[in-house]
Design a protein around this ligand. Sequence first.
Ligand SMILES: O=C(O)CCC(=O)C(=O)O
Ligand SMILES: [Fe+2]
Length: 261
Amino acid sequence: MVPDVAIEKRNQLIQDGYCVIDNILTQEFLDELRRESDRMLDNVEHPPTWKYQGSDLHVSGRDEPVIHRLINWKPARDALEALGLGDFKSHGGFIILSKPPGGPPLYWHQDWMGWNDPISCAPWPQYLFLSYYLVDTTIENGCFQVIPGTHLKRIPLHDHLVAAHAQGGYYVPENDPYMFYDHPDSVDFPVKSGSLVIAEGRILHAARGNQSEQRRTLLLGWHSRPATVPENWEGEIPEEILNRDPNVTYEPTREPSHYLK
Ligand SMILES: O=C(O)CCC(=O)C(=O)O
Ligand SMILES: [Fe+2]
């Protein structure tokens, strides 16, 4: 990646909360990921709680060589490095999120569980998801949606959302007016298969329903860095982080706190 592009992508990730880097997977690896994810999906029961995500199959790199290969995929590691995110480490697996034909939209949510921790107001990335869509995504087949900037800025919608997934999202009705709100600031984010989407765990995001005849599979891997100021950070450091006690353990919660301003 040329340095200008890397700076542009890094700035977009910091300000808007997401960016995409094209052509990260080879055709051969993409074919293998499709084959292997189809095999894993076809071998498990899909409980009703998977309705909105399509599937929520957590696969460790220790159990599946193909996932191990994805975690260590050099072009992706090089891209992280180029964006100044070389200190991010994989949590050790990827989640297979596969919307079947006819699958409903995924509700608005954010995925950060550390809102009691002052690190929540970091203006730099701390907790990221790396996403590979295994088919080209469109508005019709369930592309990603995002409300830019909501990883750092509270909007009225935050106060109306049920916490994601097991914390509540599983059980919301399909006509919930806030969870499926057609927000004027939302951006559809169609991508090519083989691209790498990097996004903030704190950002409000969702996905369209799948109105195509083909499954829309996504491999999503969580990555994080230590709760410290990054060496390459040149911007402001919030007071709350300067005063953060590194020895405290913070009770996990998905509820955005006063650290989301
Ligand atoms: O299906 C998608 O595109 C996003 C999935 C997601 O954000 C989640 O499961 O937390
Ligand atoms: Fe999510």
